[in-house]
Design a binder for this molecule. Structure first.
Ligand code: PLP
Length: 375
């Protein structure tokens, strides 16, 4: 029995919707993207949504829309996927990594404040595994130092914490619709924001800085377009957007299903003394189910679970330990001890709506066997 790390929850309606688009005239960014953007903005409670082809693109364009570029610094966390930092690098600015809370793996607001310099322009918190960073504390710091906040909400559509949701206190929230995300179309992303200026700049930059996108150019009589900025090719296709228009309506239901699975896992793993779960804060979007195990056993455990047909992943090894960051930013492993330890002990288990109680029991049994044996 193979237990997949992730299985998507696309249903016949989603597939039919993509097929309808395939049978229509328009395949690129058009009416389906428009319908999706409207629905997703409504779901997030934010005024504007601009769809893109990845969250990496969303982070990049949100930072550019804020005018961030060479000479600027953006503070982010080391406990994240590399895109949180590479998006900053792509603007020409410098990512300044900081340490995390050892219980949650979330960016530590005190570490953020300590890292502020005269060059700091923005904070880029990551809502790790679906749990929101402390946005209230970060907003206070940002206001005190006149900084923008771009939220990496790749893991975090459905969450709230201390009465706020992603994008509510930040200038923009960036989402991912990558293959394993809570809402997926294979590859995709979006910037959501209450700021009209950010939304219009992202819209312009997502398609070469052209004054008219294809849907507008070919609607009715041909219209000339101009290039008014140097932009990128980051737009989402209608085929992909179509997969998410109905899926969006099931988000809360899918979240409820993952919550039941989260509870089953938590119960099944409760009696393993050397294993702990990262602490939750507020309502988690429940994107990944990760556990913390002793660092010296983690890699053997990964191999053991893999050999027993259980799909596993590591989210993440602290990015300051990766070659590029050591080489180009001069990072040393000991710079951020909490992120280092968190990354050395973290392991992600299969977590999706199609996993069964029997499969969860099997995964728990394999973990217990390995962690309680003397290897
Ligand atoms: C925390 C985080 N930020 C950003 C990204 C980048 O998302 P995308 O693959 O849509 O560019 C990911 C992707 O997995 C992620 O996990």
């Amino acid at each position: 029995m193979r237990i997949e790390f992730f299985r998507h929850a696309l249903d016949e309606r989603d597939i039919e919707s993509a097929v309808e688009t395939l049978r229509s005239v328009f395949l690129t960014t058009g009416p389906a993207c428009g319908r999706f953007e409207e629905g997703f903005a409504a779901y997030t409670g934010l005024t504007h949504c601009v769809s893109l082809n990845s969250c990496t693109a969303a982070l990049h364009l949100a930072l550019l829309a804020l005018g961030i570029g060479p000479g600027d610094e953006v503070i982010t966390t080391s406990m994240t996927f590399i895109a949180s930092a590479t998006s900053v690098l792509h603007t020409g600015a410098t990512p300044v990594l900081v340490d995390v809370d050892p219980d949650t793996g979330l960016i530590d607001p005190k570490a953020v404040e300590a890292a502020i310099t005269s060059r700091t322009r923005a904070i880029l918190p990551v809502h790790l595994y679906g749990v929101m960073a402390d946005m209230r504390a970060l907003r206070v710091i940002a206001d005190k130092h006149h900084l923008a906040i771009v939220e990496d909400a790749a893991h975090c559509i459905e969450a709230s914490r201390d009465g706020v949701r992603p994008g509510e206190l930040g200038d923009a929230a960036c989402y991912s619709f990558y293959a394993t995300k809570n809402l997926t179309c294979g590859e995709g992303g979006a910037v959501c924001t209450n700021r009209a200026d950010i939304a219009s700049q992202v819209l312009l930059l997502r398609q070469h800085g052209m004054s008219k996108e294809a849907a507008k150019r070919y609607h009715g009589l041909y219209q000339h377009w101009d290039m008014v900025e140097l932009g990128w090719k980051y737009n989402l296709s209608d085929i992909q957007a179509a997969l998410m228009v109905h899926q969006l309506k099931r988000l809360d239901d899918l979240w409820e299903q993952r919550r039941a699975i989260y509870d089953m896992y938590a119960q099944a793993l409760a009696d393993i003394p050397s294993l702990r779960l990262p602490a939750l804060r507020g309502k988690s979007a429940l994107h990944l189910f990760t556990v913390q195990v002793p660092a010296d056993k983690r890699d053997d455990l990964l191999a053991y679970l893999g050999q027993n047909e259980i799909g596993v992943a590591v989210n993440y090894r602290a990015i300051h330990t990766l070659t590029w960051f050591r080489k180009h930013l001069g990072c040393k492993p000991e710079d951020f001890p909490n992120a280092l330890a968190f990354g050395q002990g973290t392991l992600s288990l299969p977590f999706h709506t199609r996993i069964t109680g029997q499969e969860i029991a099997y995964v728990a049994e394999m973990l217990r066997t390995h962690l309680t044996s003397v290897f």
